[in-house]
Design a protein around this ligand. Sequence first.
Ligand code: AMP
Length: 281
Amino acid sequence: MQVYKTVDSISSEIGKLRQQGKSIGFVPTMGALHDGHLSLIAQAKQGNDVVVVSVFVNPTQFNDKNDLKNYPRTVEADLKKLEQAGCNIAFVPTEKEIYPEPDTRVFDFGNLNKVMEGKCRKGHFNGVAQVVSRLFSIVSPTRAYFGEKDFQQICVIKSMVKQLGLPVEIIPCPIIRETDGLAMSSRNALLNPDQRKNAVQISQTLFKAREIALNYSVEDLKKWVMAQINDNPFLDVEYFEIVDDVELMPIADWTEKKNKVGCIAVKVGAIRLIDNIRFNS
Ligand code: AMP
């Protein structure tokens, strides 16, 4: 595996690969790698000649300074995992490499940025679009792989790709969970043992909600989910919304002919976790 730290060095390697007609599968990450990330890499390996993974904790997508400061950073362990996973090129840039000048671009994602994560984390998706568009221009991927754990993020990235007319295919990948059901996340490492034990109630409640959905109206099911989780003193629901899977508009009735997904954000102490579940499969 080759490891690049500068834009110039990786760009010249990518140029060569492109000239040889190689397809490039790209997995952008913020590191602290777990099996969720590795599943994206496995899918990228299957569909492309070369796999590039970036590890960069992007400051412009953090609306909370403490979250940025506390975000787990484990670069050495990450590089080992990448090597084992068969990654061909790791890109581990500094902030100056990605943002030689401050990025002042402002994106318009309409409703996609007005609900859920967009509403609760002001500027988050603008920062995501800044870094992903910058990484795409450096890596020029044929395909890029994103986890459905960050469901809203995929919708935003697809919209960005369309708006900028980028020649990259966005491939959504399923959520990978711990054996007890908790969605894998780099932030899980920040939970203390009691918080970790209780956090499992988030996914358990979502699974149960899918089972009992049709016994309730959409509105009542939302209330049920929030009440169940808020009943646990370790957990505090920030939002739970049931939306369509393209525009993320609220679903009013189960009979609507749209794919439906329930998205949740929960504070576990100071740690904020997200998860989601599809309602029609
Ligand atoms: P992050 O490092 O958290 O920015 O995540 C990098 C990529 O991995 C994003 O596309 C995430 O959606 C994806 N990802 C994170 N956790 C999971 C998971 N549990 N299952 C599948 N993909 C994930």
